[in-house]
Design a protein around this ligand. Structure first.
Ligand code: MTE
Ligand code: MO
Length: 424
């Protein structure tokens, strides 16, 4: 044990007879006791590196050079780590995030024709169709309107498709689940705009169109829920939207499939039936087991994944904190259960702040005995939906489909502690 080298170090300040080691043992007890038991316990400031002079202030703060965290560009399933020019999306590093909010520059990205560089001074939103007053709004008009802010996830319907047909063993959770992120979004409530233009009571659908080259356009059903929760978003995590995420304006519909959340929003048209764009008749449909295609499967289902330990990590025998994220397009997460014996027995995990339609952090404590095993999580939302195991999910959906995969994610652990993606 190191001795204090100077008189003013911490040892004198400590209450008599109460060593830090004992303090840990006494107060932390059970879980924390086992977590800290093998850590070296320092005795004084002599065990702590000296203070350092700093760099000058800056206009924006960069990450520490010691932090290695980035999205990965990918193309279709099986084509990972491609040249960004070939990529169709860029995935969030879930295994490196803490808490439940995704930093703005790490929000996953899916753009069908690149990222247009739109000048907000010239951007316009046309609102027309079954309305009393057809209008064209500029960004000043929109920013002057009442706004709301809400923490919610956004998820691409393609999230999880890596595991639909087979389970590549060399993937991380970023590869398997990195098409979901959570932000605080700010914008004008859709209900405000609907009142402003006087949408006809017989209008039941709204076409939303983007200003990028792909001409992505989707029909949105005007349900009470979508009218109440939808927004014309211009802010993410306290700042204007970033270009990749739709600057200066996007549609944001909490809980509904990523593709519906039209970026670079330039037009809303109200009608009394779906507009049947190619994005909903061909692209974002689900081929069922019987060969029929299902249209307008719009809600993101209850989901969860253990992010640590997860694919391509290596764990050691003894205490391991298990943590991950759970989310549901139906509302709040009310329960996450974890199995460390291949889904034979389950224990309830601790939940962090559980907001409706937002990713919720969970954790659990595990002492690994060194035997090969499988770990898996399963979530339940406030509507009573329970995340299905893979066999149930495949029996229900078949193997022709590609979207809305929400089966439980299993990670296998071998005798050396290597964590690998497996089907179940
Ligand atoms: N105009 C437009 N909107 C779009 C897209 C697009 O390519 N163009 N991609 C959609 C898809 S498929 C998804 S999953 C989300 C992705 O939003 P993000 O890139 O901000 O994560 O935006 C949707 N909105
Ligand atoms: Mo998507």
């Amino acid at each position: 044990m190191m001795k204090p080298t100077q008189g003013q170090t911490g040892s004198q300040a400590r209450p008599q007879g109460l060593s830090r080691r004992r303090f840990l043992a006494v107060s932390a007890g059970g879980i924390a006791g086992s977590a800290a038991a093998e850590s070296a316990l320092a005795e004084s400031l002599a065990d702590v590196p000296p203070r350092e002079p700093g760099d000058p202030m800056s206009a924006t703060s960069a990450r520490s050079k010691y932090v290695d965290i980035a999205r990965v560009p990918e193309s279709t399933p099986g084509h990972r780590n491609v040249d960004p020019a070939e990529a169709i999306n860029s995935k969030t590093p879930l295994q490196k995030l803490v808490g439940s909010i995704t930093p703005s520059d790490l929000h996953y990205e899916r753009s069908h024709a690149g990222v247009p560089e739109i000048d907000p001074a010239v951007h316009r939103l046309l609102v027309h169709g079954m309305v009393r007053r057809q209008i064209v709004l500029n960004m000043d008009d929109i920013r002057a309107m009442p706004s709301v802010s809400r923490v919610a996830f956004l998820e691409c319907t393609g999230n999880g498709w890596e595991n639909w047909k087979s389970a590549p063993s060399d993937v991380t959770v970023q590869n398997t689940h990195g098409l979901v992120s959570t932000h605080e979004w700010t914008g004008v409530p859709l209900s405000f705009l609907i009142d402003l233009v006087g949408v006809d009571r017989n209008s039941t659908w709204m076409l939303a169109e983007g200003g990028d080259g792909a001409a992505v356009a989707r029909s949105v059903p005007l349900t009470d829920e979508i009218i109440a929760e939808g927004m014309l978003a211009y802010g993410q995590n306290g700042e204007p939207l970033r270009p990749a995420h739709g600057f200066p304006l996007r549609l944001f519909l909490p809980g509904f499939e990523g593709n519906l959340n039209i970026k670079w929003l330039r037009r809303l048209k109200f009608g009394d039936r779906p507009f049947m764009t190619r994005w909903e008749t061909a692209r974002y449909t689900q081929l069922q087991a019987d060969g029929h295609a299902r249209q307008f499967q719009l809600r993101q289902d209850v989901n969860s994944v253990i992010t640590s330990p997860s694919g391509m990590m290596r764990i050691a025998k003894g205490y391991n904190r298990l943590t991950g994220l759970a989310w549901s397009g139906h509302g709040r997460i009310v329960r996450v259960e974890i199995s460390t014996d291949g889904a034979a027995t389950w224990q309830e995990a601790e939940l962090g702040t559980a907001l409706p339609k937002a990713q919720t952090r969970f954790q659990s404590h595990w002492v690994w005995d060194g035997q090969p095993t499988r770990i898996v999580s399963r979530s339940t939302d406030e509507a009573g939906n329970i995340q299905p195991d893979r066999a149930t999910f495949i029996a229900r959906t078949g193997t022709n489909a590609l979207f809305h995969y929400n089966a439980q994610q299993t990670w296998a652990i071998d005798a050396e502690g290597n964590v690998r993606n497996v089907l179940a």
